[in-house]
Design a protein around this ligand. Structure first.
Ligand code: FAD
Length: 528
């Protein structure tokens, strides 16, 4: 009897050991979910727990999907080979291109397919994948020739070594070139320089058919415009040529506080109107942000002595609107720029005495969101669920939006957070190129409204923000405000058709042309 017990214990231990060993082997060795994989591809599939965990998550921390495998390309050729292999199967598998996975609704994920980890290309430097070219041969002037997997911060740092800079950015630079070009890439400078998708000279793309195409407005333009703002649906962006300009060294940052929304937006529209009229500008950057008691009042920009009176102002009015304008300069232009900024401010209608100015280094300014990240991350306030909502609102309805959404929903719902940011700023449609796949409202000026919610108390907290987001969308629908969502996910097929509106037929045609087996970026849910 005793022997039986010992024997059964030994058997159990042996079984456990063999399971652990088998699992360890399958986790460490290259693994492919498919029979008859071409030899050169087989070693690039992995089910390494770390790779799987990365591919099953994104910045949003709300959607989780585990793929069959992760594909780690060593070169652009591997990407074509992967796509060709999928297309060669009777049932092609889906391929979710992943940049830095800073989407918030699983846009770079797939459950039944393969995640293509673009940043793995960084491990195989066949020469640098960021080059600055000023050869004087092309009409393009200087440009950066960069891999689609590169981060914008690395592009910026490389160009600055030549005294040059890209013009169009996002507020946060730790995103990949391919990732932001698949959306639009907007920030406070968009009214002046256009979105990032309007600042591209040429692309290399591997289409959903596995074809490698170099494209530009002049050459293979159908592919070029399809992938810009194309949500990863038509091809993988493997390289981009980005125009560059002289890099300023400093940024003059001005914050002006308003309690009246109509006055605030009138001043914002006045500032961007210079650009509308003659393509010169009184400002290089214009955003607006809400100071609310619901979100932790982030007042680091303001002098310590002024913080109490700003807090009192917010308490008194419930919402304060901050107009942020920035103008870049260097040593030579410093005196002139500062005078121009002062002249402009005199024409604006903020609350007297609530004007704050400060000079920062150009890079320091562009890195401001990352600086906030490094500050709040150790407090556990950055890597939390992010139920974000981003919408473009036509100018003609923005006052109603303020009443119905900011005052009516956000203040009433009273979902508080220890961090988060709400932005509202205008852009002009003429800086966007309607041939791209991106969609905007049907008015010359529209506002970008960003609810960057941080669910600092976990998933129940995230749900409350999600309810708030749904109320915002419902309010717009009921009021007939024709918004367009930006960076959106979680839509039904019908909602996507409505989202693309008059562009839907074009999007369908592009899909049929460039990804006929419907394998690319299933996480967007457009054709699923
Ligand atoms: P991923 O999340 O990896 O991918 C996004 C989509 O693009 C997926 O569908 C994916 O399949 C596809 N994709 C990725 N790479 C490629 C490629 N090479 N070729 C084709 N398709 C590809 N956006 C703004 O416009 N302005 C902002 O100011 C801004 N600020 C942000 C701040 C933070 C903190 C965060 C987290 C996001 C911000 N975003 C902003 C949103 C951001 O631009 C998008 O989420 C973008 O997709 C992130 O890039 P990524 O490399 O992480 O892409």
């Amino acid at each position: 009897m005793a022997w039986n017990i010992v024997l059964s214990k030994v058997m159990t231990v042996l079984w456990l050991l063999s399971t652990v060993v088998t699992q360890a082997q399958s986790n460490s060795r290259p693994w492919s979910p498919f029979k008859s994989v071409p030899k050169d591809l087989a070693s690039k599939f992995t089910r390494n727990p770390q790779a799987l965990s990365l591919a099953s998550n994104d910045f949003g921390k709300i959607v989780h999907k585990t793929p069959k495998a992760v594909f780690e390309p060593h070169s652009v050729k591997d990407i074509s080979a992967l796509i060709n292999f999928s297309n060669s199967l009777p049932n092609p598998f889906t391929i979710a291109t992943r940049g830095r996975g800073h989407s918030v609704s699983g846009q770079a994920m797939t459950r039944d397919g393969v995640v293509l980890n673009m940043t793995h290309l960084n491990a195989f430097k066949h020469g640098s994948r960021i080059k600055v070219v000023c050869d004087g041969k092309s009409s393009w002037g200087c440009y950066a020739d960069v891999g689609g997997e590169q981060l914008w911060i690395d592009v910026l740092n490389a160009t600055l070594k030549h005294g040059l800079t890209p013009l169009a950015f996002t507020d946060y630079l730790y995103l990949t070139v391919g990732g932001t070009l698949s959306n639009a890439g907007i920030f406070g400078g968009t009214f002046r320089f256009g979105p990032q998708i309007a600042n591209v000279l040429e692309l290399d793309v591997v289409t959903g058919k596995g074809e490698f195409v170099t494209c530009s407005p002049e050459k293979n333009s159908e592919v070029f415009y399809a992938v810009l703002g194309g949500l990863g649906q038509f091809g993988v962006i493997t390289r981009a040529k980005i125009p560059l300009g002289p890099a300023p060294t400093k940024a003059r940052r001005v914050h002006l506080l308003y309690s009246d929304f109509a006055t605030f937006t009138r001043d914002q529209e006045y500032i961007i109107s210079f650009n509308e009229r003659n393509d010169s500008s009184e400002a290089d950057f214009l955003e607006g942000r809400l100071l609310l008691t619901q979100l932790a009042l982030e007042l680091s920009f303001y002098p310590t002595a002024d913080k109490p009176r700003i807090t009192s102002l917010v308490t008194k009015h419930g919402i304060i609107y901050v107009l942020e304008l920035v103008k870049y300069f260097d040593k030579k232009s410093e005196a002139r720029v500062k005078q121009e900024v002062e002249d402009l401010i005199k024409k604006l209608h903020f609350i007297p005495t609530f004007k704050f100015e400060q000079d920062e280094g150009y890079v320091e300014f562009l890195q401001r969101v990352h600086t906030a990240e490094t500050f709040i991350d150790p407090l556990g306030l950055w890597n939390v669920p992010h139920p974000w909502l981003n919408v473009f609102v036509p100018k003609s309805r923005i006052i109603e939006f303020n009443e119905g959404v900011f005052k009516g929903i956000v203040v009433q719902q009273n979902v508080t957070s220890k961090s988060g940011l709400y932005l509202v700023y205008p852009m002009n449609r003429k800086k966007w190129d309607d041939r791209t796949s991106a969609v905007t409202p049907d008015e010359d000026i529209f506002y970008s409204v960003n609810f960057f919610n941080f669910a600092t108390s976990g998933y129940e907290h995230a749900k409350r923000f999600e309810v708030q987001n749904q109320l915002v969308l419902k309010f717009c629908k009921d009021a007939g405000i024709k918004i367009k969502e930006y960076l959106t996910g979680n839509k039904t097929h019908e909602e996507w058709v409505e989202h693309f509106g008059s562009k839907w037929k074009l999007i369908e045609d592009r899909k049929a042309e460039f990804d006929p087996n419907n394998i690319l970026s299933p996480g967007q849910g457009i054709f699923q």
